[in-house]
Design a protein around this ligand. Structure first.
Ligand SMILES: [Zn+2]
Ligand SMILES: [Zn+2]
Length: 238
């Protein structure tokens, strides 16, 4: 997210080279980044963070639990700034409001990021909805929301049973119905953009997610898009 003179990257599972290629497609020089903020220690979120932080000399914000679980304190040449999963913090002109989430990591959190009028919610890697989550992510102008899997496709896919149980568990990932239910509660006059994200390649299909969003959001002013694993999503002004 970019606002005024501040630009932050949430998570990075890509190599520096691949991220540079994608940033180029968006015409955004990574040298303009102010900081990296990490949600939790799973590889698809933190795998590329240390190399990127070193390459561009960026501070990295994360909870104590994420730092311990990822052994990030052993990374040389990276400045880690420890955050509380319960307290807002500032990065330049942006206010970042973390929310703890039920997910099978040590101290995972997701974020609402604000800059004056704009309010963006990022919510992936969440196994079940909580009352706190609903409240925390209300009144966003834009929302990036996990539509991880379809329950039938998950049970039919090639994953081992242990992985299926993990994904479908209360500390795993949102299925399409959970995502739809939460989204229907988060609809507000302020919400203008929704991005379906963290979509499983094996246990979900873009067509299913598209059908859900089309049905739920028809007749509203909400624009929606689907974030693909293998490509960039265009810039959106919130
Ligand atoms: Zn993830
Ligand atoms: Zn995860």
């Amino acid at each position: 997210m970019e606002g005024a003179e501040t630009a932050v990257l949430i998570d990075c599972g890509l190599s520096v080279r691949r991220l540079e290629q994608r940033a180029l497609e968006l015409d955004f020089p990574l040298a303009n980044l102010t900081a990296i903020i990490v949600t939790h220690e799973h590889g698809d979120h933190i795998g590329g963070v240390a190399a990127l932080a070193r390459r561009y000399r960026l501070p990295v914000y994360m909870t104590h639990g994420t730092q311990v679980a990822s052994s990030f304190s052993n990374e040389r040449g990276v400045e880690v700034r420890e955050i509380s999963a319960h307290e807002p913090f500032s990065v330049g002109a942006l206010t970042v409001r973390p929310a703890p989430v039920p997910h099978d990591a040590k101290e995972p959190c997701q974020f609402v990021i604000e800059n004056g009028e704009a309010r963006l919610g990022l919510l992936t890697d969440i196994g079940s909805e909580t009352r706190h989550i609903q409240q925390h992510f209300s009144d966003c102008g834009a929302l990036i929301l996990e539509f991880n899997h379809d329950t039938n496709m998950l049970s039919d896919c090639q994953y081992p049973d242990s992985v299926k149980l993990r994904i479908a568990g209360s500390h795993g990932h949102f299925n399409n119905k959970q995502a739809r239910d939460l989204l229907s509660k988060l609809l507000s006059p302020r919400l203008r953009h929704v991005f379906a994200a963290h979509i499983s390649a094996r246990a979900n299909s873009y067509d299913l997610v598209e059908a859900i969003l089309r049905t739920l959001l028809q007749g509203t002013d909400v624009n929606w898009d689907i974030a693909h694993q293998d490509g960039v999503t265009p810039w959106v002004t919130v």
